[in-house]
Design a protein around this ligand. Sequence first.
Ligand code: NAD
Length: 498
Amino acid sequence: MSGHSPTQMRHLDGLPVLGNFIDGHFEYTDDLFPDISPVDGRVVAHVAQADAAMVDRAVRAARHALEAGAWGRSTVAERVAALRAIAGGIEARFEEFVAAEIADTGKDIHHTRTIDIPRGIANFRFFADLITTMGSESYHTDTADGMGALNYVTRRPVGVVGVIAPWNLPLLLLSWKLAPALACGNAVLAKPSEETPYTATLLAQVMADAGVPPGVFNLLHGFGAGSVGEAITRHPGIDAITFTGESATGTAIMHAAAPGVKPLSFELGGKNGAIVFADADVDEAADGIARSAFSNCGQVCLATERVYVERPLFSRFVQALRLRAEALSPARAAPGSGIGPLISQAHRAKVLGYYDRAVRDGAEVVCGGGVPRFGDARDSGAFVEPTVWTGLPDDAACVREEIFGPVCHVAPFDTEDEVLGRVNDSPYGLAAVVWTNDLRRAHRVAGRIETGIVWVNTWFLRDLRTPFGGIRLSGIGREGGMRSLDFYSETTNICIKL
Ligand code: NAD
């Protein structure tokens, strides 16, 4: 099969077939895999899996767009216009994007309407604004002979960028990479997660309608190791790789990219801690931790999975969190207000493995710990109960390893130094939250936490100009504002003797 119209989607048995987008048109294969709703196990679309030859063709199309096509000679103003047209194109089809994201993930409509799709739009607008106002570095240098020199820095695109995205915030995280890559004048090969191919396919239509030239945005569907993901990371024609996903996948990509010494930007896993001091407002802290632990069914890299509460507040806090977790239980909550499902049966098996492991390791299950029963089609979905544990030692697997589900462990602490040691004792270093009303303590403690982001009395509050990323197993480099533009461009310093 091969595609005809750049913007038309095919159908099979009444379901959409999500195609690959190469050199400005959809391409289909007979190698279809199902896109499954985690709400009830229904197939919502068929996905045409790409192969290595298609990756190769996409790389050549991208190179052509840069070297012979208009994109390679595009002005900043033209790229800004393209980014704004993409943002407008998503906005014009807002409800379609919402429905597609929900079909893939089962996430709640409020989250999708207020975070996923709006942030996807905002990412394109943000980088359009940023690239418009970007200046250039320059230095006047005094030379030994009493003359001077002018140094100034020019930027050029890196080239063809491989963009590999995860399933938890599909459009948001894909566009967070695509927007700066395109703003800087690169061409991309994008691979969404095999679990969430839908909004990326709609985005290909939006790109075509927005007039993005053929070859600039290529979309390839498929899996990771031994499939399209690996083919992208191993391809010698890919100049840089940006990846968000699991830390172990990051290691595999580093190996694949090593022969070409390719620049890598990695946003990886987390095992994020929160500290609640006894002076904090217990309800405010419990609301905040419930949000940071259970939003998106806990499938957020920034989610809180370890909570440390100063001992005088410990029992009250655990009870306050229990009430909030129980209110979010998918089987008991009011319609539309409980947590959604996990992404898949496979991921549920992993999360339930941790639920069992916690009990075997001596956890007290404050609430949850199992699978809700609905008595309807959702019993074929991937739901779990929001879960709170206490009583595990700091070296338990459930306190050290990323679970990526709606679960957190709560432990008491006695001193500031003690809790900082425990929070920092992690192979990860992505995010942390401090809940306190003591201003001096907030600054003191935040400055000693070894993560890329520390929030005080809030969570998930983002200014897109700020650096975003993690240390240790949580990633390499930072995204956000100028940090993104630095990754997606190569600089040349020009030194002129005056
Ligand atoms: P994953 O690593 O399994 O998959 C991510 C993407 O990589 C998918 O598109 C997948 O097909 C691809 N992939 C898998 N193996 C590959 C390989 N060998 N070569 C090339 N590509 C490969 O991650 P996931 O399960 O989709 O996402 C969840 C993970 O992502 C969690 O660990 C979470 O913490 C992390 N995450 C991190 C951030 C962050 O900003 N730090 C944000 C969101 C998610």
